[in-house]
Design a protein. Structure first.
Length: 272
């Protein structure tokens, strides 16, 4: 692959299916923006200007999708589509879904940088990562592999996010006139992506009439829970890794033995 001094360290990542749902294309809702491809954009001179995708774990967790920018287009072997996008420096991604296609990347002067193929298999999106050393405009060319026009979805910029969850029993705790503590370490759970950020959690298998309240501590942060609703949402902004040691402290109310279960819901960027 050819490179210039704007971009280096090309990496390609294939994105697998999430533990809990992602739409067949991209999860688009709330403040997300979807733009329809506009013809004629068949040459670099007539390239359609688009915004860079700028999602975050927090907006994905609260399902507002602020900053998500999805291009909805059609392409074929005889109908290439050109887009112009301003990218800030850092790691960026070209994320494709829908029909199989070829994409090419060019710098602001129209110099070819590199290209790759996206093959749609029906199992979800695929992302191609690269590093932008200097902020500038770039051109993306999309060309279908079928003579017939096919629909695709495209994101250029930050990664898009998927959602998953994991449930595991915590350690047994016996309370007799004193508070009790239960732990579970999710650090080595292979099904949880390494870069997954916790966005909510819930304690199950604990009867509300057995305890006064509970506190969950993880990564130096604590969350107080009422006994009637042992859950907490909206914690993505705390940037807590889902793969952490989770500790629940139950306030004594009556003598009992508990075997709590914790369900951690998380979001993770589509980069591996």
């Amino acid at each position: 692959m050819k490179k210039n001094n704007f971009i280096s360290n090309v990496r390609k990542f294939i994105l697998g299916a999430s533990a809990v749902g992602m739409l067949a294309a991209f999860s688009v809702s709330g403040n997300a923006q979807t733009i329809e491809e506009t013809e004629s954009n068949d040459t670099i001179e007539t390239a359609q200007t688009i915004k860079a995708n700028n999602e975050s774990a927090t907006t994905a967790a609260n399902q507002s999708y602020t900053g998500q920018y999805v291009v909805d287009g059609y392409t074929s072997t005889s109908d290439p589509d050109w887009y112009k996008v301003y990218l800030s420096s850092g790691t960026k991604y070209i994320t494709c879904n829908g029909c199989s296609l070829n994409w090419e990347l060019y710098d602001s002067n129209g110099n070819y940088l590199f290209d790759d193929d996206y093959t749609y298999t029906g199992s979800g999106a695929k992302a191609f990562g690269f590093t932008v050393n200097t902020a500038d405009y770039f051109y993306v060319k999309i060309t279908g592999v079928s003579a017939s026009s096919r629909n695709y979805k495209l994101l250029v910029g930050s990664p898009t996010y998927k959602t998953g969850s994991y449930t595991q029993s915590m350690s047994k705790v016996t309370m007799k006139a004193a508070d009790g503590e239960s732990k579970v370490n999710l650090s080595n759970i292979s099904s949880i992506p390494n870069d997954a950020i916790a966005c909510a959690f819930r304690i199950n298998n604990v009867a509300s009439n057995k305890i006064k309240s509970a506190t969950v501590s993880v990564s130096g942060k604590s969350f107080s829970l009422f006994s009637t609703n042992l859950s907490k949402s909206g914690i993505a902004s705390s940037k807590i890794k889902a793969k952490s040691l989770w500790v629940a402290t139950f306030k004594y109310k009556t003598n009992c033995t508990l075997t709590p279960k914790i369900t951690v819901t998380y979001v993770y960027p589509l980069t591996n």
